[in-house]
Design a protein around this ligand. Structure first.
Ligand code: DQA
Length: 168
């Protein structure tokens, strides 16, 4: 099951009866944040800005509101938990937005999980990783991503929502 049906109850203008409208399918996106992103707002604000992870998720939700995107989110500092979360998305999500943090540069397990679930995903980096240390220039995820966003700050998560809304 990839799509949730969104049935909303509204009042019929004529009769004031309660009727059930079919408001179209709702798209579900899982936002996955990896290690150290729980520290957003306090960790290197010069690089990652002053918004907390909670603020970032709220930003993504706001970006998805008009297009009726349901945002779920998970953050973990553990590689295995991130792999499990990606596997879980297969059952009920249409796409993934992932900032795997440092695991982007090291984790073949996360890359393989994204490949296995066959969901379109956007890779997000808050900072411009290409303007930083060389070890951040390569990501194991990028070649599989539908879109890669780096250096747009936390706004990158909103751009990612818009991208998935356009292709799903
Ligand atoms: C990051 C960039 C990574 O190199 C780093 O390890 C992070 C955050 C970013 O959002 O810019 O943890 O993914």
């Amino acid at each position: 099951m990839r799509r949730a049906f969104n049935l909303s109850q509204t009042r019929s203008r004529k009769s004031n009866d309660c009727v059930t409208d079919y408001a179209g399918p709702m798209t579900r996106i899982l936002v996955v944040n990896g290690p150290n992103l729980n520290l957003l707002g306090t960790r290197r604000p010069d690089v990652y800005g002053s918004q907390s992870l909670e603020d970032v998720i709220a930003l993504a939700r706001e970006a998805g509101e008009v297009q009726r995107i349901d945002i779920r989110d998970v953050q973990s500092n553990s590689e295995g938990a991130l792999v499990d979360a990606i596997h879980g998305a297969r059952a009920d999500c249409d796409g993934i937005i992932i900032n795997a943090g440092a695991y982007s540069h090291t984790s073949i397990a996360i890359r393989d999980a994204l490949e296995a679930v066959e969901l379109p995903f956007v890779e997000v980096h808050i900072s411009n990783v290409y303007a930083r240390e060389e070890f951040r220039h390569h990501s194991h995820l990028s070649a599989l991503a539908s879109c890669v966003i780096a250096g747009a700050g936390t706004q990158g998560y909103a751009f990612a929502v818009h991208h998935l809304a356009a292709i799903l």
